[in-house]
Design a protein around this ligand. Structure first.
Ligand code: IMP
Ligand code: MG
Length: 178
């Protein structure tokens, strides 16, 4: 346990919910090929646990890297840092991110991937902060709805720290300095 962090979603609850999401995806796609595009770096823990629980034998993984965050405030600019390495034409794609916040990142990514001519695009996020939404976007698969609080852990960072925590926690306010 970290003294600076209040647990919001426990490790057990995260793992339980991921199993349910994995079943949902298996029911929707059966054994059809899916390219999972994990958004680096925040989505890596979620992606790995989700894919371990998905039974589909035609699952393929790829990565994309963008960033929009500066400290705890979202910026308008999306920094494109790494592109996918697989041809997505006529493929089923599921974009996986850690959190849907303002929606700018996912909105950008969905449009970007659409231009590559996939058969279908779905989005999957561990967390949804509905209150912060600026772009009109809803994820197809959502782990948990959360309030408008800055969270860390299980892939989510504050200035690159706390990603390794196995739970989602709220950082105590006094630690966040702008
Ligand atoms: P959006 O573009 O505003 O939806 O932001 C999405 C990205 O911002 C996510 O992929 C996260 O990396 C980051 N982000 C948003 N909210 C939080 C948070 O509460 N903690 C840590 N990172 C966050
Ligand atoms: Mg991110």
């Amino acid at each position: 346990m970290n003294d600076n962090i209040e647990v919001l979603i426990s490790k057990t609850n995260i793992q339980k919910r991921i199993k349910t999401l994995a079943n949902e995806i298996d029911n929707d796609f059966k054994n059809e090929e899916i390219i999972f595009i994990s958004v680096l770096k925040g989505a890596i823990y979620f992606t790995m646990d989700l894919l371990k629980n998905i039974k589909n034998e035609n699952k393929i993984i790829d990565f994309i890297k963008v960033s929009s965050y500066k400290k705890t405030e979202s910026t308008n600019k999306i920094n494109f840092q790494l592109d996918v390495s697989i041809d997505l034409k006529n493929k089923n794609v599921i974009i996986i991110d850690d959190i849907l916040d303002t929606g700018k990142t996912m909105h950008f990514l969905v449009n970007y991937i659409k231009n590559k001519g996939p058969k279908s695009i779905k989005t999957c996020v561990l967390l949804n902060k509905e209150e912060r939404r600026i772009k009109n976007i809803t994820a197809n698969y959502v782990g948990f709805e959360i309030d408008n609080k800055f969270v860390v852990g299980y892939g989510l960072d504050f200035e690159e720290k706390y990603r390794f925590l196995p739970y989602i926690g709220v950082l105590k306010k006094e630690l966040i300095t702008h």
